[in-house]
Design a protein around this ligand. Sequence first.
Ligand code: NAD
Length: 291
Amino acid sequence: MEIKSVGVVGAGQMGNGIAHVFALAGFDVLLNDVSEDALQSAMALVERNLDRQVSREKITAESKKAALARIKTTMQLSDLGQADLIIEAATEREAVKQKIFDGLLPHLKPDTILTSNTSSISITRLASRTDRPEKFMGFHFMNPVPVMQLVELIRGIATDDETYKAMLAVVERLGKTAASAEDFPAFIVNRILMPMINEAVYTLYEGVGSVKSIDESLKLGANHPMGPLELADFIGLDTCLAIMNVLHEGLADTKYRPCPLLTKYVEAGWLGRKTQRGFYDYRGDTPVPTR
Ligand code: NAD
Protein backbone atom coordinates (compact mmCIF):
# COMPACT_ATOMS: atom_id res chain seq x y z
CA MET A 1 0.00 0.00 0.00
CA GLU A 2 1.36 3.41 -0.94
CA ILE A 3 1.28 5.99 1.82
CA LYS A 4 0.38 9.47 0.61
CA SER A 5 -1.39 11.14 3.49
CA VAL A 6 -0.49 11.26 7.15
CA GLY A 7 -2.56 12.28 10.16
CA VAL A 8 -0.48 13.58 13.08
CA VAL A 9 -2.21 13.75 16.47
CA GLY A 10 -0.60 16.18 18.92
CA ALA A 11 1.07 19.39 17.73
CA GLY A 12 3.61 19.80 20.55
CA GLN A 13 7.40 19.60 20.32
CA MET A 14 7.32 16.31 18.43
CA GLY A 15 4.13 16.77 16.39
CA ASN A 16 5.34 19.94 14.68
CA GLY A 17 8.67 18.32 13.77
CA ILE A 18 6.94 15.21 12.43
CA ALA A 19 4.57 17.36 10.32
CA HIS A 20 7.63 19.30 9.06
CA VAL A 21 9.64 16.28 7.86
CA PHE A 22 6.66 14.49 6.28
CA ALA A 23 5.52 17.62 4.40
CA LEU A 24 9.07 18.20 3.16
CA ALA A 25 9.20 14.60 1.91
CA GLY A 26 6.03 15.15 -0.13
CA PHE A 27 3.34 13.62 2.11
CA ASP A 28 0.04 15.44 2.73
CA VAL A 29 -0.17 16.14 6.44
CA LEU A 30 -3.22 16.78 8.61
CA LEU A 31 -2.14 17.98 12.06
CA ASN A 32 -4.55 17.65 14.98
CA ASP A 33 -4.52 18.95 18.55
CA VAL A 34 -7.07 19.68 21.28
CA SER A 35 -5.55 23.14 21.61
CA GLU A 36 -5.97 25.79 18.91
CA ASP A 37 -2.97 27.61 20.39
CA ALA A 38 -0.82 24.49 20.01
CA LEU A 39 -1.81 24.22 16.34
CA GLN A 40 -1.00 27.87 15.68
CA SER A 41 2.35 27.73 17.46
CA ALA A 42 3.20 24.49 15.65
CA MET A 43 2.58 26.07 12.24
CA ALA A 44 4.61 29.15 13.20
CA LEU A 45 7.45 26.92 14.38
CA VAL A 46 7.40 24.75 11.25
CA GLU A 47 7.66 27.92 9.15
CA ARG A 48 10.56 29.24 11.26
CA ASN A 49 12.42 25.94 11.09
CA LEU A 50 11.87 25.67 7.31
CA ASP A 51 13.18 29.25 6.96
CA ARG A 52 16.30 28.25 8.86
CA GLN A 53 16.82 25.33 6.46
CA VAL A 54 16.41 27.70 3.50
CA SER A 55 18.94 30.16 4.92
CA ARG A 56 21.41 27.32 5.47
CA GLU A 57 20.79 26.22 1.88
CA LYS A 58 19.60 22.77 2.95
CA ILE A 59 16.32 23.26 1.07
CA THR A 60 15.08 25.73 -1.55
CA ALA A 61 12.49 28.46 -0.98
CA GLU A 62 10.19 26.54 -3.38
CA SER A 63 10.36 23.36 -1.32
CA LYS A 64 9.62 25.37 1.82
CA LYS A 65 6.53 26.86 0.17
CA ALA A 66 5.37 23.47 -1.11
CA ALA A 67 5.93 21.83 2.28
CA LEU A 68 3.92 24.48 4.14
CA ALA A 69 1.09 24.13 1.63
CA ARG A 70 0.94 20.37 2.34
CA ILE A 71 0.20 20.84 6.07
CA LYS A 72 -3.40 21.45 7.17
CA THR A 73 -4.59 21.68 10.75
CA THR A 74 -7.80 20.51 12.43
CA MET A 75 -9.23 20.18 15.92
CA GLN A 76 -11.58 17.38 14.76
CA LEU A 77 -10.04 13.96 15.18
CA SER A 78 -12.58 12.51 12.73
CA ASP A 79 -11.00 14.60 9.91
CA LEU A 80 -7.99 12.26 10.09
CA GLY A 81 -10.13 9.28 9.02
CA GLN A 82 -8.98 9.32 5.40
CA ALA A 83 -5.25 9.32 6.19
CA ASP A 84 -3.18 6.32 5.06
CA LEU A 85 -1.00 6.55 8.16
CA ILE A 86 -1.70 7.92 11.65
CA ILE A 87 1.13 9.07 13.90
CA GLU A 88 -0.02 9.70 17.45
CA ALA A 89 2.34 12.19 19.13
CA ALA A 90 0.23 13.50 22.02
CA THR A 91 1.14 13.80 25.70
CA GLU A 92 3.00 10.79 27.17
CA ARG A 93 0.04 9.42 29.17
CA GLU A 94 -1.53 6.10 28.33
CA ALA A 95 -5.08 7.29 29.07
CA VAL A 96 -4.63 10.21 26.65
CA LYS A 97 -3.33 7.94 23.89
CA GLN A 98 -6.05 5.37 24.54
CA LYS A 99 -8.75 8.03 24.19
CA ILE A 100 -7.23 9.24 20.91
CA PHE A 101 -7.19 5.76 19.35
CA ASP A 102 -10.75 5.09 20.61
CA GLY A 103 -11.84 8.37 19.01
CA LEU A 104 -10.09 7.61 15.71
CA LEU A 105 -11.16 4.00 15.13
CA PRO A 106 -14.75 4.57 13.90
CA HIS A 107 -13.47 6.96 11.20
CA LEU A 108 -10.49 5.04 9.80
CA LYS A 109 -10.16 3.27 6.44
CA PRO A 110 -9.68 -0.49 6.92
CA ASP A 111 -6.05 -0.44 5.76
CA THR A 112 -4.87 2.69 7.61
CA ILE A 113 -1.70 2.01 9.60
CA LEU A 114 -1.72 3.22 13.20
CA THR A 115 1.48 4.29 14.93
CA SER A 116 2.47 5.93 18.18
CA ASN A 117 5.50 8.12 18.81
CA THR A 118 5.43 7.09 22.48
CA SER A 119 8.81 7.09 24.19
CA SER A 120 8.01 4.21 26.48
CA ILE A 121 4.44 2.88 26.57
CA SER A 122 3.80 -0.73 25.49
CA ILE A 123 3.01 -0.88 21.77
CA THR A 124 1.50 -4.34 22.23
CA ARG A 125 -0.94 -3.04 24.84
CA LEU A 126 -1.90 0.08 22.85
CA ALA A 127 -2.36 -2.11 19.75
CA SER A 128 -4.43 -4.76 21.54
CA ARG A 129 -7.16 -2.24 22.27
CA THR A 130 -7.60 -1.33 18.58
CA ASP A 131 -9.35 -3.24 15.79
CA ARG A 132 -6.01 -3.71 13.94
CA PRO A 133 -3.13 -4.83 16.19
CA GLU A 134 -1.38 -6.28 13.09
CA LYS A 135 -1.33 -2.78 11.55
CA PHE A 136 -0.06 -1.01 14.66
CA MET A 137 3.55 -0.02 15.38
CA GLY A 138 5.78 2.16 17.48
CA PHE A 139 7.21 4.95 15.32
CA HIS A 140 9.65 6.75 17.59
CA PHE A 141 11.18 9.97 16.30
CA MET A 142 13.93 11.84 18.14
CA ASN A 143 13.84 15.48 19.16
CA PRO A 144 14.32 17.79 17.19
CA VAL A 145 12.76 15.72 14.42
CA PRO A 146 14.07 17.74 11.44
CA VAL A 147 17.65 17.36 12.74
CA MET A 148 17.85 13.89 14.27
CA GLN A 149 18.64 11.02 11.93
CA LEU A 150 17.23 8.06 13.85
CA VAL A 151 13.71 6.60 13.92
CA GLU A 152 13.08 3.60 16.16
CA LEU A 153 10.62 1.11 14.67
CA ILE A 154 8.94 -0.99 17.32
CA ARG A 155 6.88 -4.05 16.46
CA GLY A 156 4.16 -5.10 18.85
CA ILE A 157 3.68 -8.83 19.30
CA ALA A 158 1.01 -8.84 16.57
CA THR A 159 2.52 -6.38 14.05
CA ASP A 160 2.69 -8.01 10.59
CA ASP A 161 5.64 -7.87 8.19
CA GLU A 162 3.74 -5.83 5.63
CA THR A 163 3.21 -3.01 8.14
CA TYR A 164 6.84 -3.14 9.27
CA LYS A 165 8.09 -2.98 5.67
CA ALA A 166 5.72 -0.12 4.85
CA MET A 167 7.14 1.87 7.78
CA LEU A 168 10.72 1.05 6.77
CA ALA A 169 9.95 2.47 3.33
CA VAL A 170 8.47 5.62 4.90
CA VAL A 171 11.63 6.13 7.00
CA GLU A 172 13.70 5.78 3.84
CA ARG A 173 11.54 8.33 2.04
CA LEU A 174 12.12 10.75 4.90
CA GLY A 175 15.87 10.29 4.37
CA LYS A 176 16.26 8.98 7.91
CA THR A 177 17.69 5.75 9.38
CA ALA A 178 15.58 3.11 11.12
CA ALA A 179 16.63 1.03 14.12
CA SER A 180 14.40 -1.91 15.00
CA ALA A 181 13.59 -2.42 18.66
CA GLU A 182 11.57 -5.07 20.43
CA ASP A 183 8.57 -3.93 22.41
CA PHE A 184 9.93 -3.69 25.96
CA PRO A 185 9.69 -0.61 28.18
CA ALA A 186 11.30 2.49 26.65
CA PHE A 187 12.73 0.43 23.71
CA ILE A 188 16.45 1.09 23.00
CA VAL A 189 17.30 4.79 23.10
CA ASN A 190 15.36 5.73 26.23
CA ARG A 191 16.15 2.47 28.03
CA ILE A 192 19.76 3.62 27.99
CA LEU A 193 19.39 7.42 27.97
CA MET A 194 16.76 7.94 30.70
CA PRO A 195 18.50 6.04 33.52
CA MET A 196 21.56 8.19 32.75
CA ILE A 197 19.51 11.39 32.98
CA ASN A 198 17.80 10.11 36.16
CA GLU A 199 21.25 9.32 37.63
CA ALA A 200 22.37 12.87 36.80
CA VAL A 201 19.35 14.15 38.78
CA TYR A 202 20.32 11.85 41.70
CA THR A 203 23.84 13.26 41.50
CA LEU A 204 22.34 16.74 41.86
CA TYR A 205 19.88 15.60 44.58
CA GLU A 206 22.66 14.07 46.67
CA GLY A 207 24.82 17.18 46.29
CA VAL A 208 27.61 15.41 44.44
CA GLY A 209 27.62 18.20 41.88
CA SER A 210 25.78 21.35 40.82
CA VAL A 211 23.75 21.69 37.62
CA LYS A 212 26.77 23.38 36.03
CA SER A 213 29.40 20.87 37.18
CA ILE A 214 27.27 17.84 36.23
CA ASP A 215 26.58 19.14 32.72
CA GLU A 216 30.17 20.28 32.19
CA SER A 217 31.51 16.94 33.41
CA LEU A 218 29.56 14.96 30.85
CA LYS A 219 30.22 17.43 28.04
CA LEU A 220 33.96 17.74 28.59
CA GLY A 221 34.60 14.40 30.27
CA ALA A 222 32.50 12.09 28.14
CA ASN A 223 32.27 14.19 24.96
CA HIS A 224 28.46 14.44 25.10
CA PRO A 225 27.21 17.33 22.95
CA MET A 226 24.76 18.36 25.73
CA GLY A 227 24.89 17.83 29.48
CA PRO A 228 22.29 15.39 30.89
CA LEU A 229 20.35 18.09 32.78
CA GLU A 230 20.35 20.42 29.77
CA LEU A 231 19.12 17.47 27.72
CA ALA A 232 16.40 16.66 30.28
CA ASP A 233 15.14 20.26 30.01
CA PHE A 234 15.17 19.92 26.24
CA ILE A 235 13.16 16.67 26.28
CA GLY A 236 10.71 17.90 28.96
CA LEU A 237 10.93 16.85 32.62
CA ASP A 238 7.35 15.51 32.58
CA THR A 239 8.28 13.24 29.67
CA CYS A 240 11.47 12.11 31.47
CA LEU A 241 9.49 11.30 34.63
CA ALA A 242 6.80 9.46 32.65
CA ILE A 243 9.48 7.32 30.96
CA MET A 244 11.19 6.51 34.29
CA ASN A 245 7.82 5.46 35.73
CA VAL A 246 7.22 3.15 32.77
CA LEU A 247 10.70 1.60 33.21
CA HIS A 248 10.18 1.25 36.97
CA GLU A 249 6.76 -0.36 36.68
CA GLY A 250 7.40 -2.30 33.48
CA LEU A 251 10.71 -3.87 34.52
CA ALA A 252 9.91 -4.01 38.26
CA ASP A 253 13.46 -3.14 39.22
CA THR A 254 14.30 -0.49 41.85
CA LYS A 255 17.29 0.63 39.80
CA TYR A 256 14.78 2.56 37.67
CA ARG A 257 13.13 4.48 40.54
CA PRO A 258 12.62 8.12 39.49
CA CYS A 259 14.64 10.60 41.51
CA PRO A 260 12.42 12.52 44.00
CA LEU A 261 14.00 15.76 42.78
CA LEU A 262 12.78 15.05 39.24
CA THR A 263 9.27 14.52 40.65
CA LYS A 264 9.56 17.80 42.57
CA TYR A 265 10.47 19.81 39.46
CA VAL A 266 7.51 18.28 37.60
CA GLU A 267 5.17 19.03 40.53
CA ALA A 268 6.36 22.65 40.44
CA GLY A 269 5.45 22.83 36.75
CA TRP A 270 9.14 23.41 35.97
CA LEU A 271 9.12 21.16 32.94
CA GLY A 272 12.21 22.49 31.15
CA ARG A 273 12.45 24.66 28.06
CA LYS A 274 8.78 24.35 27.16
CA THR A 275 7.76 26.14 30.38
CA GLN A 276 10.88 28.36 30.46
CA ARG A 277 12.13 26.76 33.67
CA GLY A 278 13.60 23.40 34.60
CA PHE A 279 17.14 22.62 35.72
CA TYR A 280 17.89 25.95 34.06
CA ASP A 281 15.86 29.17 34.03
CA TYR A 282 15.38 30.26 30.39
CA ARG A 283 13.54 33.52 31.03
CA GLY A 284 16.60 35.74 30.56
CA ASP A 285 19.10 36.04 27.72
CA THR A 286 21.21 33.08 28.85
CA PRO A 287 20.06 29.96 30.74
CA VAL A 288 20.79 30.20 34.49
CA PRO A 289 21.11 27.01 36.60
CA THR A 290 18.31 26.68 39.18
CA ARG A 291 20.54 24.78 41.67
P1 NAD B 1 4.28 18.12 24.22
O1 NAD B 1 3.82 18.29 25.62
O2 NAD B 1 5.21 19.12 23.62
O3 NAD B 1 3.01 18.05 23.23
C1 NAD B 1 1.90 17.22 23.43
C2 NAD B 1 0.73 17.79 22.63
O4 NAD B 1 -0.35 16.84 22.67
C3 NAD B 1 0.19 19.11 23.20
O5 NAD B 1 0.15 20.11 22.19
C4 NAD B 1 -1.22 18.74 23.65
O6 NAD B 1 -2.16 19.79 23.52
C5 NAD B 1 -1.54 17.59 22.72
N1 NAD B 1 -2.63 16.73 23.17
C6 NAD B 1 -2.93 16.31 24.43
N2 NAD B 1 -4.04 15.55 24.42
C7 NAD B 1 -4.46 15.48 23.13
C8 NAD B 1 -5.56 14.85 22.49
N3 NAD B 1 -6.45 14.13 23.17
N4 NAD B 1 -5.69 14.98 21.14
C9 NAD B 1 -4.79 15.73 20.42
N5 NAD B 1 -3.73 16.34 20.99
C10 NAD B 1 -3.57 16.23 22.32
O7 NAD B 1 4.89 16.64 24.14
P2 NAD B 1 6.01 16.08 23.12
O8 NAD B 1 7.35 16.29 23.71
O9 NAD B 1 5.70 16.57 21.73
O10 NAD B 1 5.71 14.52 23.23
C11 NAD B 1 4.69 13.90 22.47
C12 NAD B 1 4.96 12.42 22.38
O11 NAD B 1 6.22 12.19 21.75
C13 NAD B 1 5.02 11.70 23.72
O12 NAD B 1 4.47 10.42 23.59
C14 NAD B 1 6.51 11.63 24.00
O13 NAD B 1 6.87 10.55 24.84
C15 NAD B 1 7.05 11.40 22.60
N6 NAD B 1 8.44 11.80 22.39
C16 NAD B 1 8.94 12.93 22.96
C17 NAD B 1 10.28 13.27 22.76
C18 NAD B 1 10.86 14.53 23.36
O14 NAD B 1 12.09 14.67 23.33
N7 NAD B 1 10.08 15.44 23.86
C19 NAD B 1 11.09 12.46 21.94
C20 NAD B 1 10.53 11.33 21.32
C21 NAD B 1 9.20 11.01 21.57
